[in-house]
Write a protein that binds this ligand. Structure first.
Ligand SMILES: C[S@@+](CC[C@H](N)C(=O)[O-])C[C@H]1O[C@@H](n2cnc3c(N)ncnc32)[C@H](O)[C@@H]1O
Length: 450
């Protein structure tokens, strides 16, 4: 019975996330709280949900050999089959007959006899006949697409930008688990104190090499810890912490954060400024701008003023050359965060990437006049795509002779990155998710020289 409750929760989650997207870790956490699952069930639920969504295209390929593709299945029936197949193929914790019986029970409860017979027949056939061999697919991009469950257009695009080796490693890495990272509030606690406290609560933690405020959580649920609940920690990927580190802020500066919600980087920057100076934070959506205000209050950071605005129009509110630093953490395709939000790869289209690259360029053009001479502009995205990253920067520099690449950028990166990051180029740093167990992330820093 308890196992059925767990699988029903897993089914609800894969249908919700797979069909409509969403913050997977938050939705999973809500389900865990609501159902009061214990630690073991919590781990199994997380694995089933992420795994099924992460491997959807591979599972679809296997399933297509057992069911007529023209047969229109209700979304929950399709997801129930994929969820069950994921467990049969990739998990050895539960015997196949138990997975099958539970799938049939759930389909009886939610559907009718016809559906449960179909679920039973498909899963039994898979068990009996085995899976078709993906290696027999001849076309390399199609094979990698099916093998690692990334849409073919994306594999083709990455192959053309980064070549076979990086693309393969990236696609494989996107199927693995990424550790959660947190950032301490340094005005209230030191990293050593925080790590000691987390260890006492049974977590396995490690110091981040990317930020003196960063902690990598190797095991345990940090969201349930005392420190997290007391707002001494913020969840933030190490790659994203690099932004706050590399913006080179100092107390008393005037800083613009043009795309700020939910405020992860804004609050980090305020911490780096020791809550002294001013940060003007904007976001296109009023509700999201409010999240920045709320988070700043929770962390007791008073220098952040968050407002709603389209940052392409900020010249209406600020004089040219008013800011010492500008952060443009641009809206992007999110192709660097597929480990945490695996549904993104199925919902994004190539046209979306072109549209986003245009918006990013417009944002760069419209915020850049607001920077003071000798001021610095940091551009970042959580995506792996040259059109949104290097090509945008190259084009901007060609059209704006008053800006240059900041020549001190590379030498200020953590040593490990300077020495071996595969994506370090003349236009900035592209982090790939397989390199340092981070999200795929791009950042670069420009300086206004005229
Ligand atoms: C990558 S997210 C920012 C994440 C944020 N910097 C953080 O670290 O928490 C990009 C944000 O840009 C906002 N955005 C999109 N278009 C915008 C525009 N034209 N002007 C201002 N904000 C925009 C989105 O609503 C989204 O919240």
């Amino acid at each position: 019975m308890a196992q059925q409750k767990l699988r029903e929760a897993a089914l609800d989650l894969v249908v919700r996330i797979g069909e409509h997207g969403g913050y997977s870790h938050l939705l999973i956490d809500q389900a865990i709280k609501k159902n009061q699952f214990d630690r073991r069930d919590e781990a199994l639920l997380t694995e089933m949900v992420y795994g099924t969504i992460q491997r959807k295209l591979t599972l679809d390929y296997y399933l297509s050999h057992f069911i007529d593709e023209k047969k229109k299945l209700q979304p929950w029936v399709k997801w129930l089959l994929l969820l069950s197949m994921y467990q049969m193929i990739y998990l050895d914790k539960v015997p196949d007959h138990a997975i099958l019986n539970e799938a049939v029970d759930i389909s009886k409860k939610r559907g009718h006899k016809g559906i449960s017979s179909l679920v039973n027949a498909v899963l039994r056939n898979i068990q009996r006949k085995g899976l078709s061999d993906i290696e027999t697919i001849e076309e390399p991009a199609r094979k990698l697409s099916v093998l690692t469950s990334h849409p073919e257009w994306l594999v083709q695009r990455w192959l053309s930008f980064y070549g076979e080796e990086i693309t393969e490693k990236m696609c494989q890495a996107n199927l693995t688990h990424k550790p959660m990272n947190v950032r301490i509030q340094p005005l209230k606690i030191t990293r050593e104190e925080a790590m000691d406290s987390l260890k006492l609560e049974g977590l396995e933690v490690e110091a981040s090499l990317f930020s003196s405020q960063g902690i990598i959580v190797r095991s345990g649920n940090v969201l349930r810890t005392k420190l997290f609940q007391e707002n001494l920690l913020s969840v933030q990927d190490q790659s994203s912490m690099l932004v706050g580190e590399m913006l080179e802020v100092e107390p008393t500066m005037m800083v613009l954060d043009a795309c700020s919600a939910p405020g992860g980087k804004t609050t980090h920057i305020a911490e780096k400024m020791q809550n002294n100076g001013a940060i003007h934070a904007y976001d296109l959506h009023a509700k999201k701008a409010k999240l920045v205000t709320t988070r700043a209050a929770e962390l007791e950071l008073s220098i952040i003023q968050a407002k709603q605005a389209d940052s392409r129009n900020l010249q209406d509110f600020h004089e040219n050359e008013s800011f010492d630093r500008i952060l443009l953490d641009a809206p992007c395709s999110g192709l660097g965060v597929l480990r945490g939000k695996p549904d993104i790869k199925y919902h994004k289209r190539e046209e979306d990437v072109h549209t986003l690259a245009t918006i990013q360029f417009e944002l760069l053009e419209s915020v850049s006049p607001l920077l003071k001479k000798d001021g610095k502009l940091l551009y970042s995205t959580c995506t792996v795509d040259k059109e949104e990253n290097e090509q945008n920067i190259e084009r901007f520099l060609q059209q704006h002779p008053e800006f240059e690449m900041d020549s001190t950028f590379t030498s200020q990166l953590p040593k490990e990155l300077q020495e071996s990051a595969a994506g370090l180029s003349a236009y900035g740093l592209q982090l790939f998710p397989y390199e340092y167990d981070t999200d795929g992330f791009f950042l670069t820093r420009l300086i206004r020289t005229k």
